[in-house]
Design a binder for this molecule. Sequence first.
Ligand code: HEM
Length: 469
Amino acid sequence: MADSSLRSLNGSLNSPYWLRRIWGLRFIFRPFETLDARAKAYGDDYQVSAPDSKPVLIYFSSPEALEDIFTAKPEQLSAGRGNQILKFLLGEHGIVLLEGKAHQRQRQLLMPPFHGDRMRSYAQVIQDITEQVMRPWTIGTTFAVRPVMQSISLQVILKAVFGLDSGQRYDQLRQILCQMLDVFGSPVGAMLLFYPFLQKDWGAWSPWGRFLRLRQQVDDLIYAEISDRHTQPNAERTDILALLMAARDPNGQPLSNVELRDELITLLFAGHETTASALAWALYWITHLPDVRTRLLAEIDALDDKAGLDPMTIARLPYLSAICQETLRLYPIAISAFPRVVKQPMTVAGYALEPGTVIMPSIYLAHHRAAVYPEPKQFRPERFLERQFSPYEYLPFGGGDRRCIGSAFALFEMKLVLFELASKMEMTIANSQPIRPIRRGLTMAPSDQLRMRVTGIRRSISSSPLIRR
Ligand code: HEM
């Protein structure tokens, strides 16, 4: 049991069961407001579960606690156990559910394609896909921001994971993956994740039934691709499926088809909706706040791009980088890092935790501590130019041995896409209503109502490419 000095949601925890359920629903529908209210009442670190219920669930957001969590040894904390909620989608062999040595091996295998030269080799793909999306736009075109950003990030991840960029299988995967994730794309749909008793197949028209049928179609497409690769091996391929198929475990065994499927779906799932939502927010702030836009355009226009730009020059632009960092601070796409389950008695921020305790490292609350981020509700990229934040103060990609393996790739993609959009298009927000964060599954995104209108072309798309090929 958590140390008695840990503050808990006493008032609410002693309330009747049905009232606590309603507060649970509030967290699904309005997570940020719920977390703000709790932090105001109970501080940085607090217990959420009722005193008599198991497991004990604790939220942590103080830098001291986050440091203890992210530097804990794998024998002290388990993330795989806490991620069981995702097994219905990712299977049990994807990196997110693996533990110990198998998890470490998988990380070592998957990190290189998302870093360094391999990552940089996607610059042209990212630019081409962004241009392709922008090509039909003329002055007056309006578009729904998040779905368009999702279309870009899905095409990029499909290329990275499968090396696919055309063909019937590619078109079907794009379409069906989006439909499948849309099942959880609203707070009501997200309830399916939090309340397993709703996971009932009442036929193709019921939400869960629809999900199961779409998942089957996605699986069929993935297995068909794996099967083709087995029958027509090609040593030239550099995509992630080729890498996974060439890998051997310590006994010299390759991954089974089920293991390959679980890993591929994990990367498709983890790697595109997250980046799409982050891009949608960033574009929102750039368009919504004239000072941010002006400063970004000044940075872009000061570049000498006659011979095309090295993608790393773009990735290192200070203000563009600060916009991406502030975007992921204010409304972090993942509200919390993966839950960690205590395996051995341990201490976090001075609190003694027993095995079985579930820890939620709260990214949102850590990013909204006024002591670290003055005026935390304001979008102010300058704060990232004025000082550096520790990995326990700023953690949009989580931390420790579970830290997101796609963080560098996601930031690289965000900067190139935003650079393309901002340097070529002038836009305005087409909505009259304020835009607020909406739950999409486990993540937070701008509502699909967010639309933009093209008001001017700064540079024609067919002009010389901005990024050097
Ligand atoms: C803006 C975009 C993204 C955000 C905000 C994000 C956020 C996160 C967070 C918070 C975690 C949990 C870390 C923890 O619990 O400590 C995570 C894990 C993970 N992410 Fe991302 N992510 C993004 C993009 C990507 C991309 C592009 C990929 C690439 C395919 C990716 C692949 C993964 C994987 C495989 C894990 C599990 C790591 C493990 O279990 O060891 N993510 N991500």
